[in-house]
Design a protein around this ligand. Structure first.
Ligand SMILES: [Zn+2]
Length: 336
């Protein structure tokens, strides 16, 4: 059996743990219904028990290389603590790395979950075999991660890749970060709902107003469904989404000139509705993209296929690993 490591996805609702071999085979995956509200000691107790169970099982012939923890929030890489996480309240003073290493007797690495997802897609997903890439995770906000030469680019203190907060509308919607008009205020699930509500309030979207009053769970998914059925107001919301994302992407491509940009997260399922506008904006606004765009950017990319790289085209494509990207990426860190 080859050496293996553990990846942990410390989401706000569930704790997911995977044992992955160093050559990228999933050995086992477990989901703990851990209640984050019960505090770090409780969460850590359950997490370390589960990790010990897994490592005991797979220790047979391969050695345990360590664990990577993917955390939704801002990590202090130097101290191994969580600086700020909306989903993990009560963890900010907790010595996460130190405590996990003590309990497990192994090396433990903390990583921001968006960075972990980028590394996962680079290792085993859409960007397999592509050393330089960025990932854009579209969810309630926008997560970003940049991988250079197969390793996460952290910047000075781990805060690189926050492109969800670049300005795409100078006087746009206020953002929790203190800025206005951040890309994630438009190209995210919350952005979709907000733009739809604005259109309803302005009396421009009677079809959306009708759908909203009939559906208690009216959200980004319902608006997407209307858009693909041809509803003009819903399509308009996703054009605005695509425009904001395209402006953000044009900046990224101009600055980074990477081989590949992988778009994932739950809201990337609305790809059909926003991607055409996104690609239009990128081509108009980025000289680098215009010079390197593939003939048909919407054509499905085959991962691991070398032709696109030898032709030196900028590939923007959908993620492949879904919510497992962060798990795989977290497991990759101790191997690097
Ligand atoms: Zn912001």
């Amino acid at each position: 059996m080859p050496d293996f490591s553990i990846g942990v996805d410390m989401g706000g609702t569930n704790l997911r743990i995977a044992a992955v071999s160093a050559d990228g085979q999933l050995l086992e995956k477990v989901t703990l219904g851990t209640k984050v509200a019960m505090g770090p000691d409780h969460v850590f107790g359950e997490m370390c028990d589960a990790i010990r169970r897994l490592t005991g099982q797979y220790r047979g012939t391969g050695s345990f290389l360590g664990a990577g923890l993917g955390i939704p929030g801002i990590i202090d890489l130097d101290t191994g603590t969580i600086r700020k996480s909306a989903n993990l309240p009560g963890f900010s003073e907790y010595p996460v790395k130190q405590e996990a290493e003590r309990r497990l007797g192994a090396r433990v690495f903390l990583e921001n979950d968006a960075n972990a997802a980028a590394l996962g897609e680079q290792w085993l997903g859409a960007a397999r075999g592509v050393p330089n890439m960025a990932m854009i995770t579209l969810g309630t906000g926008i997560g970003g991660g940049i991988v250079l030469d197969g390793k996460i680019f952290h910047g000075m203190n781990g805060m690189a890749g926050e492109y969800g907060h670049v300005t795409v509308e100078p006087e746009g919607y206020p953002c929790g970060c203190g800025n206005r008009g951040c890309a994630e205020r438009y190209a995210s699930a919350t952005g979709v709902v907000r733009m739809a509500q604005d259109a309803i309030a302005a009396g421009e979207a009677p079809s959306l107003a009708k759908a909203a009053s009939a559906d208690a769970e009216f959200g980004a998914k319902s608006i997407y469904n209307l858009a693909i059925q041809g509803d003009e107001a819903a399509r308009g919301v996703f054009r605005r989404f695509g425009r904001a994302l395209g402006i953000m992407m044009a900046g990224l491509v101009n600055i980074l000139n990477l081989e590949m940009y992988v778009i994932g997260g739950g809201v990337s399922d609305a790809w059909d509705a926003f991607a055409p506008t996104m690609f239009e904006e990128m081509r108009e606004r980025s000289l680098v993209y215009a010079a390197t765009a593939p003939e048909d950017p919407l054509r499905k990319h085959e991962p691991g296929h070398a032709a696109s790289r030898t032709r030196k085209k900028t590939i923007v494509t959908r993620a492949l690993l879904g919510s497992d990207a962060g798990l795989y990426g977290a497991a990759r860190i101790p191997v690097l």
